[in-house]
Design a protein around this ligand. Structure first.
Ligand code: ACO
Length: 448
């Protein structure tokens, strides 16, 4: 089989931190300890505590890991205060405008933009592997009709590993590119098949002549007696959604993939775990919550101003969904891009969506309001992505699946980066035990 030219080593150009002369000084019980300080390539500072427990006996406590760097990574850079997101150094705005999802995925996974022959070969592999094993088609029949597509997706990704046992541990580059292409190609076939299953319609086979995004839309919306031809604006908007979701450094699902992979679990099992982590409403489910919120506002006839007033009421516990982010304390750069894409796509399609009007008014009111200004709450990526997907005809329970298709290259890139690190250790955090002290076992007749 023809193979691409040598693949770049993952992130070799930037894969180092700078040691500094600075030391963090820590005093515990009258004793002073010095901890090294490291600086990342964009000037971020980290206190290296790898020797903390062995030298002091203490651990750090950081519920939710908001202050903990779990690894060094050369894949994605985020500056949440400035609203900056870059994949392998390239600004997200440039990739969303000029790149394709396949090219951006290659960049994330292998560290460099592909040359013409490398991209052509990666595309060929994606086409070659777009079918799933015929036996796997029968596995769909084992799921109940109302099974959530994320349940099907994670189970099927694990099942894929069973059909490709020789690729579970892709140790060299040519096998790794095969495994990455298979996963990226088959995830959209499985995703579309799970949608068809939920409709009771026959699964649609992929087409060799179509590129990644149109091929997915074909499998989702064609029928055996009626081919679906998406408009270029629809393809472009979905391409942007996938690129913008492709990586976001150590988020919950990516950290899960790295955590599972750290036990040397295979790529398929690690990625299937990432799908499960993404399923939660606080992670991959927020765009669905935005649509529900907009639906409720429209159905009740409430004005955006009145809704914002309710959000600000401390007793209401209502949040403006699609606003705020753990990392971004500025406009999420992905939301800026999707706002334009949403407007452009709906205009071209001639769709006047009341949801977009309400979303834009909510944004306008919130951005002028001191409640949101003081707390640095801005629209996040989910604020507009749901409106786009809904207009394309993707049902809301498939929204997290779309997120998973987009995030897959990021998961693969992180799994690979972690595996290539010679010092890779199993992830095993500590805890501060706050349970009962030692006590003696009581026979059942003496328990109260
Ligand atoms: N609407 C109203 N108030 C908010 C919102 C919001 N969307 N987000 C945060 N706040 C307020 C909080 O009430 C809190 O106010 P207080 O200081 O008066 O108590 C303050 O802002 C800080 O909020 P935290 O919850 O501490 O912020 P955190 O960084 O932990 O949360 C999160 C981030 C979960 C995203 C939050 O902003 C939120 O719930 N947003 C809505 C859900 C959402 O859109 N999630 C998608 C995130 S993007 C993604 O996952 C791809």
């Amino acid at each position: 089989m023809k193979r691409p030219g040598p693949l770049p080593e993952a992130g070799t150009k930037t894969m180092s931190t700078e040691a500094t002369n600075d030391r963090a000084v820590l005093t515990i019980g009258g004793k002073t300890y010095e901890l090294p300080v490291k600086i990342g390539t964009e000037g971020e500072m980290a206190i290296d505590i790898t020797s903390l427990r062995s030298t002091t006996g203490a651990i750090t406590l950081d519920d939710g890991y908001g202050n903990t760097g779990s690894c060094e990574s050369a894949i994605t850079f985020i500056d949440g205060d400035q609203g900056i997101l870059r994949y392998r150094g390239y600004p997200i705005e440039q990739l969303a405008e000029q790149s394709t999802f396949v090219e951006s995925s290659y960049l994330l996974i292998f560290g460099e933009l592909p040359t013409g022959p490398q991209l052509a070969e990666f595309r060929r592999l994606l086409c070659e592997h777009e079918f799933i094993h015929e036996d796997m088609r029968h596995q769909f029949e084992g799921f109940p009709p109302n099974a959530h597509p994320m349940a099907i997706l994670s189970a099927m990704i694990n099942a894929l590993g069973a059909y490709e046992p020789d690729l579970l541990e892709p140790e060299d580059d040519s096998r790794f590119i095969d495994a990455a292409a298979r996963l990226m190609s088959k995830i959209r076939t499985v995703a579309a098949a799970s949608y068809k299953k939920s409709l009771g319609q026959p699964m649609i086979y992929p087409r060799y002549d179509l590129q990644y995004v149109p091929n997915f839309l074909h499998m989702m919306f064609s029928k055996p007696n009626h081919p679906h031809q998406p408009l270029p604006e629809v393809v472009s908007a979905l391409r942007q959604i996938l690129i913008l979701h492709a990586d976001h450094e150590q988020n919950c699902s990516t950290s899960t993939v790295r955590m599972v992979g750290s036990s040397q679990a295979n790529l398929y099992a690690s990625v299937a775990s990432g799908v499960c982590a993404l399923w939660g409403p606080l992670h991959g489910g927020a765009n669905q919550a935005v649509i529900d919120m907009l639906d409720q506002i429209i159905a009740s006839g409430e004005t955006p101003e009145a809704f914002i007033a309710r959000v600000k009421d401390r007793n209401s516990k209502i949040r403006l969904m699609g606003f705020g982010h753990r990392v971004y304390k500025n406009y999420d750069p992905r939301a800026k891009i999707l706002k334009v894409a949403c407007d452009r796509m709906l205009n071209k399609l001639g769709i006047h969506d009341r949801m977009l009007d309400v979303a834009m008014k909510l944004e306008e009111v919130a951005l002028k309001d001191s409640y949101f200004i003081d707390r640095k709450l801005y629209p996040n990526v989910d604020f507009y992505s749901g409106i786009i997907m809904k207009a394309i005809g993707i049902p809301t329970d498939m929204f997290p699946v779309m997120f998973a298709i987009g995030r897959l290259p990021g998961w693969i890139a992180h799994w690979r980066e972690a595996h290539l690190q010679p010092s890779q250790k199993i992830h095993r955090p500590r805890q501060l035990y706050i349970g009962a002290r030692m006590r003696d076992y009581q026979p059942i007749d003496r328990r109260r």
